[in-house]
Design a binder for this molecule. Structure first.
Ligand code: SF4
Ligand code: SF4
Length: 190
């Protein structure tokens, strides 16, 4: 079977001039429309206003809790095993109230390495980890602040938690391993 011959552009398209003029026409049309009706401009005043995210959007992880307040996670290690970015760090231990139960003593996700694939959520047999927070603006001034700790992720969607960086400085006892509150934030002049 012979290879398909590449389609030749017509001379009019090949010169790009018509396409450039068409593009400029669209831009000018929008400029005139917006000047006539500034209220109708499709501009989102981020961060005060946020666009609604799709139902299936994968945002920052949260760890879900049981009715008694304990984490659902049983430290089965399925999620760190399946994680292609190797960014989940779990240290398992016994529940002090019930030695039969296994619990995560530490549960950390390095958000700088996470690729938001959602495999950890799919692999979890306990519905203990979800990515339904729709939080997408995860940022920090230092690498250490990009590691989300167990306490930070627990019930994250409640909405009363500041960004991880601020939260760790206010709650250093819940910060991930290696967090150093004495490292100053880099403050840039605006
Ligand atoms: S979303 Fe993917 S990369 Fe991120 S922690 Fe889960 S499994 Fe790992
Ligand atoms: S979050 Fe789920 S998959 Fe990960 S260790 Fe806990 S129970 Fe296992």
């Amino acid at each position: 079977m012979s290879a398909p011959t590449p389609r030749k552009l017509k001379t009019r398209q090949g010169s790009y001039l018509t396409e450039v003029l068409k593009g400029m026409g669209i831009t000018i049309r929008h400029v005139i429309k917006n000047l006539r009706d500034p209220e109708g401009m499709e501009t989102v005043q981020y961060p005060e206003v946020r666009k609604p995210m799709a139902e299936r959007y994968r945002g920052a992880h949260r760890l879900t809790s049981r009715p008694d307040g304990k984490l659902k996670c049983v430290a089965c290690m399925c999620c760190p095993t399946v994680c292609p970015a190797a960014c989940i760090n779990i240290v398992a231990g016994e529940d002090p109230d019930d030695p039969i139960e296994k619990v995560p003593l530490r549960f950390e996700i390095d958000m700088l390495r996470c690729i938001y694939c959602g495999f950890c959520v799919e692999a979890c047999p306990k519905d203990a980890i979800r990515m339904d927070t729709r939080i997408y603006d995860i940022s920090a001034y230092t690498r250490q602040d990009m590691v989300h700790s167990k306490s930070y992720m627990q019930d994250l969607m409640d909405g009363d938690k500041a960004p991880a960086e601020e939260w760790y400085r206010e709650n250093p006892e819940h910060a991930p391993l290696g967090f150093r509150a004495d490292i100053e934030r880099v403050v840039t002049d605006k």
